[in-house]
Ligand binder design. Sequence first.
Ligand code: NAP
Length: 297
Amino acid sequence: MKLLITGAAGQLGKAFVSELKANRDIQFSAYSRGDLDVTCVDEAQTVIARERPDFVINTSAYTQVDLAESEKENAYLVNETGPANLAEVCKRLDIPLVHFSTDYVFDGSKQGPWLEDDPTAPLGIYGASKLAGEKAITQIHSKHLIFRTSWVFSEYGHNFVKTMLHVGSMREKMNVVDDQIGKPTSAREIVRLILQILPKIENHWGIYNLAQPQALSWYSFAQAIFAQARSLDKNYWSNHLLVSDLQPIPSSEYPTHAQRPANSELDTSKLENTFGLTIKPWQDSLNETIGALQDHD
Ligand SMILES: NC(=O)c1ccc[n+]([C@@H]2O[C@H](COP(=O)([O-])OP(=O)(O)OC[C@H]3O[C@@H](n4cnc5c(N)ncnc54)[C@H](OP(=O)(O)O)[C@@H]3O)[C@@H](O)[C@H]2O)c1
C-alpha cells in the first residue's frame, strides 16, 4: 500500500509520518504546505499524478477556531476549496480520498452522543468551513472517507494537553471550562485506526465519527492530565508542575471569539461495527503522549 499525506507539518500529519516511518509494509510520501498547497489544483494534480498513491490522506486544514471568525475567506479557501481540489484530482485519477473533519460541524445542543446523520449546524466559521469541505468532497468524488474527530492531542503542534502541562508548569491556580464535553482523541491513535481501516475498505465509503472513549469536560480532562502526569513519573512532573488549585468555570467566564459546542460527544459505533474495530480509551494514549513530551524535554 502506498499513501500520500498532505499537511505533513501539522499535528496529525506529523503523527502519520512518525507512525508510517515505523511501518515497513506501507510506502508513503509526505507533503507539507510548501511542497503541496492544496488550494492550488494544478500543484495537487502534478504531485498526485506523479506519486500515484493508493490513497490520498488530507490532514491539511485551517484549524484556528477563533481567528477564523475574522479570516473567513482563508478558512474557506483551505477547508473547502482545498479538499474540493483534492477530490477533483483524486476522482480524475481514480484514487480514494481520506479526509478529516470535526465535531464542530454540530451545534452541541443534543442530549447524548452525535450520530453521523444528525443535523449539522456549525456555531462558527471554522465548523462551517469544515462542513463545506465535507460537502464538496461528497459531491465530487464517491470514493471518499471523511473522519470527524474531536479534541485531538499529541506531542506535536498546539493542543490542550500541551497547553495544560505548559500553563500548569507556570501557575499554581488555573481555571478550566467545565460546561463543554467531548472525547479527547490521540493523533497517533487516529493514524493507527486509519491504517487498520484502509485494507478493509471494500466499498464502505462515507462519513464516520472517530474519537476515543470516554466523553468528559475540559476541566475533567485537565484533572486527568495532571493526575496521569504525576502518576507516570512522580519526580519529573512534581518538579515541573506548579499547579495545585484547578477550578471549574463556565464558558461564560472564558469568552472566546468563536462559540464552542456544549456537547461534542461523537458516537463511534458506525466506525467500530463497519470495520470491526475496538477503540482504546484516551487514557492509554494520554500516557503515551505525556511520556513522549517528557522524553522530548
Ligand atoms: N486539532 C483538533 O483538536 C481537531 C479536532 C477535530 C478535527 N480536527 C481536524 O483534524 C485535521 C488535522 O488537524 P491538526 O490538529 O493536525 O491541524 P494542524 O496542526 O493545524 O495542521 C494542519 C496543517 O495543514 C497545513 N495547511 C494549512 N493550509 C494548507 C494548504 N493550503 N496546503 C497544505 N497544507 C496546509 C498547516 O500548515 P501551516 O502550519 O503552514 O499553516 C498545518 O501544517 C484537520 O482536518 C482538523 O480540522 C482537528
